[in-house]
Design a protein around this ligand. Sequence first.
Ligand code: NAD
Ligand code: ZN
Length: 364
Amino acid sequence: MVQSQAAVHFGEGTKLQIEVVEVADPGRGNVLVRMGASGVCGSDRHVLDGDWEMPSPTVLGHEGAGTVEAVGDGVTDVEPGDHVILSWFYPCRRCTACLSGKAYVCTGSRSEECVLPDGTTPLTLDGKPAFAYLAVGTMSEYTVVPESAAIRIPKEVPFDVASLIGCSIATGVGTVVNDAAVEPGTSAVVVGAGGVGLSIIMGLKLVGANPIIAVDLNEEKLAFARELGATHTIVPDDDLAAQVAAITEGGAAYAFEAIGRVETIESLPGLLAPGGSAVVVGLPPVDAPVSFDALELAESGKKIIGSNYGSTVPGRDFPKLASLYLAGALPVDKLISHRISLPEVNEAFDAMRRGERARSVIVF
Ligand code: NAD
Ligand code: ZN
């Protein structure tokens, strides 16, 4: 058992408390990780703001990387000393989806219950069970995760960079490459240029999309977008569709939403040329359905694609993304606008709610 400083959400209010939790030794099939860095993602903000149901108390954070400290019986994928990126959707490796190579739609994972495969949690706080968000809980000095959630990467990748590969980069680049399969020279618009939207822009640049249009209310974000590959940037007015049509000769081939707002998700089909694809990456609050003009959608042959984790297969994709960073093809470090300590996490969420900061990363 180790003691660990962690950022804990008690289910009410929008502030995290810094507490000392107890982290159990890794049981069979699990891995104890000493965290190196954890990103601060919009999905953590949804939990804090009560947008989704979560068990409580919960150690927040799901975008992290660190060093394997100890392994439980039967673990063969990693050993102490390995550097790993954590996956916030651990695959069960047994269900039909996993056996078909589609870990991102695994039906056996208990990540969303915030428990290990056997239904237990390795954390306690004041002698009572505590949960790890998405079974990783990366905003903690130590965490215990299933073996399938700890993916070894080269030690040359710094932890701050590696942490972002664990969510925003995997999701953003993955949705371009895996979900949309964007072809070189095709047009794309990204609505929302936070950590995930900027990662989508990096993915679009990687595959040679053109033009790449970034949309955000915040000019600072649009400056990041230009640095990371956007060819055009827009602060939206009442007619975003006309603004996009003027750049793309009538509409984009791909439109991504990376905010999680009903209205902006509903705006996606209107940004597309006939035959285009809308990709929903941003996650709205629970029970917030969106609507589309189905007649227009069908008559113009448009598609709507939902993206979970950018259809990432962690064991396949994390090392690939890490090597793209090391090769200079994916400048993940440029996404990090703020390096912070754990107690500064609430300020990072306040800034995020104001639309500020590309990505804050907690460095342990
Ligand atoms: P973020 O807060 O960093 O980014 C959101 C951006 O949207 C900000 O730059 C903000 O200025 C901008 N914005 C807000 N309202 C806007 C508007 N009306 N028009 C234009 N821009 C607007 O958050 P993030 O970490 O980038 O996450 C974005 C979303 O992606 C969240 O909903 C998150 O839960 C979701 N997400 C989904 C997956 C997935 O697997 N599908 C994975 C990670 C995150
Ligand atoms: Zn995330």
